[in-house]
Design a protein around this ligand. Structure first.
Ligand SMILES: Cc1ncc(COP(=O)(O)O)c(C=O)c1O
Length: 361
């Protein structure tokens, strides 16, 4: 068996330990005589899996009791619609547009009411996080929306916006569980699983209880109502059962590694190896404002498209996969989620140094 260093932005690298455990349990989960993929989501054994996953997530994130955890389907993109459908009372949402994912959420909200772009970094290809300390928040805004870590551009909010009393809604897909967060500062957090926690399709929603109501837009389908899923404890219909099982294993892996403070320290050290190299390299450079750099997604360029392409090709041949930047921005991007080991980034930087030496006259 040979595994590559996988720098994909998502679906992304998962902890090897988790994959091995899942492989061992594939044919016979804990004496049940079947795979988790084959068992009823209403069985006792599955009930333990989903309940433990929730309990472990609550412990990791120190989720206050007045917040609900929902394991839903439809990926993160489904939330772009569910959020306005469920939270619009005045049909007004204020959006901070810091990249394509925030923009998609903003455009989706427009289908249901008024979405205001209260700040944007589109003027510089989303290479920075705008000042969010004094936004023109609408008096009747139902919430303020951010995409906290911008997967494509490699920026991250280091300070949350001053929402002037409005509920904060945040897409944490690509920074979920990479560091501690104060859940009480948010009305709703959501994250697609396929970056830091598990297989694609699962989306985790953490929502303050009072935001779960029956007072939703009348056209909201049953399946898109938070209340339906909350009342049924994420088992209204067949959930993405196997995906949730893997998420649960990742939560246990994170607990064993010391939880989110330990992850933050690890991620900071790991990202610094790459960023420190980029800052002194004469060939490679980072593409975003230093103070807004993401710990999870690091885009970089050589400034020469042909050299970029050569780098991606040679890196691939050397066992470094998925380093090509997003199709909308070009260059390279190394996604270095929780499960990317320190050695992966060290090896990448050694390879970059070598490439620079070989290609510098
Ligand atoms: C920040 C962010 N939000 C939303 C999405 C969309 O997720 P999904 O494909 O699960 O709908 C992604 C990406 O893949 C993302 O990076």
């Amino acid at each position: 068996m040979s595994r590559v260093y996988n720098f994909s932005a998502g679906p992304a690298v998962l902890p090897e330990e988790v994959l091995r455990e899942a492989a061992e349990e594939m044919m016979d989960y804990k004496g049940s005589g079947m795979s988790v993929m084959e068992m009823s989501h209403r069985s006792k054994v599955y009930d333990t899996i989903i309940k433990e996953a929730e309990a472990d997530l609550r412990e990791l994130m120190e989720i206050p009791d007045n917040y609900k955890v929902l394991f839903l389907q439809g990926g993160a993109s489904q939330q772009f619609a569910m959020i306005p459908m469920n939270l619009f009372k005045n049909r007004v949402g204020d959006y901070v547009v810091t990249g394509q994912w925030a923009k998609k959420a903003y455009q989706e909200a427009k289908l249901y009411g008024t979405a205001n772009a209260v700040a944007s970094s589109a003027d510089k290809t989303f290479s920075y996080i705008p000042d969010v300390s004094d936004l023109p928040i609408s008096d009747d805004a139902d919430y303020v929306y951010i995409c906290e870590n911008n997967t494509i551009y490699g920026t991250k909010f280091k300070n949350l916006p001053n929402t002037k009393g409005k509920n904060l809604v945040a897409d944490l897909s690509s920074c979920f569980l990479s560091e501690p967060v104060d859940v009480s500062k948010y009305g709703l957090i959501f994250a697609g699983a396929q970056k830091n926690v598990g297989p694609a399709g699962v989306v985790i929603v953490i929502i303050r209880e009072d935001l779960i109501t029956e007072d939703v837009l009348p056209e909201t389908p049953t399946m898109l109502r938070y209340k339906i899923h909350d009342d049924a404890e994420s088992l209204y219909n067949t959930p993405p059962a196997y995906g949730i099982y893997i998420c649960g294993k990742v939560f246990k892996w994170l607990k064993k590694r010391g939880g989110l403070s330990a992850m933050k320290e690890f991620n900071e050290k790991k990202a610094a190896i790459l960023y420190d190299f980029l800052d002194q390299s004469k060939m490679f450079s980072g593409t975003v404002a230093k103070e807004d750099r993401s710990l999870m997604n690091a885009p970089f360029v050589t400034g020469n498209d042909e050299l970029d392409a050569l780098f991606v090709k040679e890196a691939r041949a050397a066992g470094f996969e998925n380093l090509k930047g997003h199709r909308s921005v070009g260059g390279m991007r190394a996604s270095i989620y929780n499960a990317m080991p320190m050695e992966g980034v060290e090896a990448l930087v050694a390879f970059m140094k070598d490439f620079e030496a070989k290609n510098t006259k």
